[in-house]
Design a binder for this molecule. Structure first.
Ligand SMILES: [Zn+2]
Length: 285
């Protein structure tokens, strides 16, 4: 699933394309997009005639700004499991599983191709989008100035849940998924399945720093492509070559050479180093 760095790569690509011409037409397939059904109706027709502007991001959501005749509008896009949000020309053939096309007056198009249809779309008055679900329910942005171990601890330090699962909770911290949670826990030297409430201040600080480091590195590498992810020009990311432990169970730890150990918890897989992320008793410092 695209996580913060992949969505940020898409955001940057859209921003760089400098799309400014008004929306001429909107195509939407008849197929439902699953995540989006929880956010009320898609309301895409409000974008007709509106002019696209800045492209923002919140967690794993793109929030594309539009200026309409009477309101500042927005379009929320979630890429789900397999969604690709890409640039095209009107004359380019449409791929199978194209569920949404925004055609602009200059002949350029933005298309959502999503074979598994776990994504979501919603348009509306921007202020209303920003203050309603899903955006208003998200936790803090890990790359914002001011994010640190204290911010993370404030939201998670009382939890009895496994730390890796807490990091995947978008209400606790926005944008982190399994890949970057597993990578950050390795980098911080913390066992992924300890109860969050066992961490002390120093461990939260180390984890917050590790999260920022792995997310920033992944953005610099254009995101991680394990299968589906592509940027707006159709290019794969390069960060999959830089992952320290994710997807590498059985291979040697890059730090100590011990074989990495895979695990499954809550239906999700993960990887850890048994030496650098040992089980410990008592508080984690
Ligand atoms: Zn190791």
């Amino acid at each position: 699933m695209p996580e913060l760095p992949e969505v940020e790569s898409v955001r940057r690509g859209l921003q760089r394309a400098r799309l400014r011409a008004a929306v001429r037409s909107i195509y939407r397939s008849r197929e439902r997009l699953r995540i989006g059904t929880a956010w009320n109706h898609e309301n895409l027709e409000v974008l007709l005639g509106a002019h696209p502007g800045k492209v923002a991001r919140r967690g794993k959501y793109i929030l594309w700004h539009f200026t309409g005749a009477s309101h500042e509008l927005g379009l929320i896009v979630h890429l789900g499991m397999s969604g690709r949000f890409g640039l095209a020309r009107a004359a380019d053939p449409r791929l199978a599983h194209t569920h949404f096309v925004l055609q602009l007056e200059d002949g350029r198009e933005v298309r959502l191709v999503d074979p598994r249809r776990f994504g979501g779309l919603r348009a509306g008055v921007r202020a209303e989008l920003e203050h309603s679900a899903p955006l208003c329910e998200l936790g803090p942005e890990p790359l914002d100035r001011g994010f640190n171990g204290g911010v993370l601890a404030e939201r998670a330090a009382k939890s009895a849940r496994a730390l890796r699962d807490v990091l995947l909770d978008q209400h606790v911290i926005a944008g982190v998924g399994n890949i970057y949670a597993v990578e950050a826990l390795y980098r911080a030297g913390i066992h992924p399945l300890v109860a969050a409430r066992r961490l002390r201040e120093s461990a939260w600080d180390r984890l917050a720093t590790a999260l920022r480091d792995v997310l920033r590195a992944a953005i610099d590498n254009g995101g991680t492509t394990l299968r589906d992810f592509r940027d707006v020009r159709g290019h794969v990311g390069r960060n999959q070559n830089e992952l320290a432990v994710y997807g590498r169970a059985g291979q040697p730890c890059p730090g100590c050479g011990t074989a990495l150990v895979g695990f499954v918890h809550g239906g999700r897989s993960g990887v850890r180093c048994p030496v650098d992320q040992p089980r410990r008793r008592g508080a984690i410092v």
